[in-house]
Design a binder for this molecule. Structure first.
Ligand SMILES: [Zn+2]
Length: 144
């Protein structure tokens, strides 16, 4: 999964602003790379609740770039986030496992209040016995 965050970072690195003289030289570069990785991690583990990843990442990193390249920064981020989302749509389990070192779990909470541990279905993140929750969710979204 981190091939996507590394690709974003590599393409944007030449434009990253220098930090203030008092800070270590690599601070801004490290901050941009970390922001890219955080968004990829969240996308891979929680994509059903992560509505606008490209926008989120852009707002996290825009202050590290000069005004003149903001449009370019947004386009690069959008492009690679599109690739990452397409990859996750096709390989949700691989994506999740790559960033968390653990298999994905169903999004539902059991009646005892603990997280359901069963393996989720790729298309909605719920296990077979919690599919009714996905149906309710769709209806709520449609009604909203
Ligand atoms: Zn479940």
């Amino acid at each position: 999964m981190y091939q996507f965050s590394r690709a974003i970072y590599r393409e944007l690195a030449p434009q990253i602003l220098a930090p203030p003289p008092s800070a270590p030289r690599c601070t801004n570069h490290a901050a941009v790379l970390r922001a890219c990785e955080n968004v990829i991690t969240r996308l891979a583990t929680d994509r059903h609740y992560f509505a606008r990843p490209a926008r989120t990442l852009f707002f996290d990193v825009r202050s590290y770039f000069p005004m003149s390249v903001q449009g370019h920064v947004y386009r690069v981020i959008s492009r690679y986030m599109g690739y990452a989302q397409r990859f996750l749509a096709e390989h949700p389990h691989e994506g999740y496992t790559a960033v968390s070192n653990a298999p994905p779990q169903c999004r539902a909470t059991t009646r005892k209040g603990t997280a359901c541990q069963r393996t989720p279905m790729p298309h909605n993140g719920y296990c077979p016995s919690h599919q009714h929750l996905a149906d309710t969710e769709d209806r709520e979204l449609a009604a909203a």
